[in-house]
Design a protein around this ligand. Structure first.
Ligand code: FMN
Length: 146
């Protein structure tokens, strides 16, 4: 099985990418082939057809998804190319998880309401520095794929 983690961030190597590397590493340990890539608007997302699982992660800046994530989901062909895929969504923010669940995750979920979303997670002030939290998220994804 092939998975790709698409993300954006202001700075490479920050919390978003650290979490992605743990999530991806857990999938690799379970036998998945995993790639990661920066999400950019107006790219041709036909290449997603070669993947079974697509995870999309976005940090939150000023109450919004990272601009590239929001713009990419709002235009272009990514949403069409996610049809029939197992999709996982996550956000990384500085505030509490409960507000992230209400304010930020819906920004990712809304363009994908008709898609097969197998897992969602907000990494906020209580979880983003807990090394177990990305492992648990990866395990939740793997359970849905088993
Ligand atoms: C300019 C800026 C704006 C931010 N705005 C929010 C926000 O509105 N809500 C929130 O919960 N966290 C906010 N944060 C916190 C980030 O989401 C958090 O630090 C996250 O880990 C950033 O990911 P990164 O380390 O990969 O850049 C903001 C951070 C920055 C730098």
């Amino acid at each position: 099985m092939k998975a790709i983690i698409l993300f954006d961030c202001y700075q490479r190597g920050g919390k978003t990418e650290q979490l992605i590397d743990v999530i991806g590493g857990e999938l690799v340990k379970s036998g998945y082939y995993v790639e990661k890539g920066i999400i950019v608007p107006n790219a041709d997302y036909d290449f997603l057809q070669e993947f079974d699982v697509v995870l999309i992660g976005s940090p939150i800046y000023n109450l919004m998804l990272s601009k590239n994530v929001g713009t990419t989901l709002a235009q272009g062909n990514i949403v069409k190319n996610l049809e029939g895929k197992k999709v996982g969504l996550f956000v990384i923010c500085g505030g509490p998880e409960i507000s992230a669940d209400l304010l930020y995750l819906p920004q990712l979920r809304f363009p994908l309401l008709k898609h097969d979303i197998i897992a969602e997670k907000a990494f906020g002030m209580e979880t983003k520095d807990d090394p177990e939290s990305p492992v648990q998220f990866a395990n939740a994804i793997l359970e849905k794929l088993a």
